[in-house]
Design a protein around this ligand. Structure first.
Ligand code: PXP
Length: 250
């Protein structure tokens, strides 16, 4: 059976980071989302952090009104965020760990120690008709916990792999990629839809696209950085081509 088409979710958080560096309204992340969709994004991802350092509540509300593709609402499993998600009803919610001091999402959700808490948030979101994904480490234990929690989707954290690739640590990179490969296969055997993301660039996206069980990549920081030099449509077009080549085994 041919591998399914690999979807590209474009994370627009860092358009809001640039906006917030000056205050005011520009650049507008909603405009970025519309441009990303016109350029081929299959969905938009935005992370409403507790400290609102990039995306704000009104951005989420405006995105829901403006975009024609699914919104993947990244959020911590807190009472406040579950309430916002249920009131907003995005297509999907991706539960992520959140620490105030971190610069980005470091490591996957603690689905083992925090099992019951994550299970409660997952159940509340599912009951509201929101598709839930859990952002987890690519490990056997985390996949088992995701299943026991009842998550229909996981997103595998690719940060450790991408970092090792960037540092030229070949052995570590191969070890990390193997973990992702095994986790993607395990997700399929558990009947869990598999996504991946964090730190991906053209080369790593091309390679991970070769794993047929992965059906969606969520990519933000690298694309926005590229967009500064070549524009967002061109950056997305090159990413789409890299993903299609990787999928086709080119
Ligand atoms: N997926 C999840 C769950 C994330 O938290 C992030 C970072 O916000 C990404 C994907 C995108 O990572 P990056 O910005 O490094 O592409």
């Amino acid at each position: 059976m041919p591998a399914p088409r690999l979807r590209l979710g474009v994370n627009i958080d860092h358009i809001a980071t640039v906006r917030n560096a000056r205050g005011g309204e520009l650049p507008d992340p909603v405009r970025g989302a519309l441009i990303a969709i016109a350029a081929g994004a299959d969905g938009i991802t935005a992370h409403l952090r507790e400290d609102r350092r990039h995306i704000r509540n009104e951005d989420i509300a405006r995105l829901m009104l403006a975009i024609s593709k699914p919104l993947n609402f990244e959020m911590a499993a807190t009472e406040e965020m579950v309430g916002i998600a249920i009131a907003t009803k995005p297509h999907g919610a991706c539960l992520v760990p959140e620490k105030r001091s971190e610069r980005t999402t470091e490591g996957g959700l603690d689905v083992i120690g925090g099992h019951d808490h994550v299970k409660g948030a997952t159940a509340a979101l599912k009951a509201a008709g929101i598709r839930v994904s859990l952002f987890i480490e690519p490990s056997r234990e985390a996949l088992q916990a995701a299943r026991s929690i009842g998550a229909p989707v996981v997103e595998l954290h690719t940060g450790a792999w991408c970092e090792a690739v960037m540092q030229g640590e070949t052995d570590k990179a191969e070890h990390e990629f193997e973990r992702i490969r095994l986790a993607a296969a395990q997700a399929e055997s558990l009947g869990i839809e598999c996504h991946a993301g964090h730190g991906l660039d053209f080369a790593t996206a091309r390679r991970i696209a070769g794993l047929p069980q992965i059906v969606e990549l969520n990519i933000g920081h690298f694309l926005m950085g590229e967009a500064l030099f070549v524009g967002l449509p061109a950056a997305i077009a090159t990413m789409r081509a890299a993903m299609d080549e990787g999928r086709a085994g080119i």
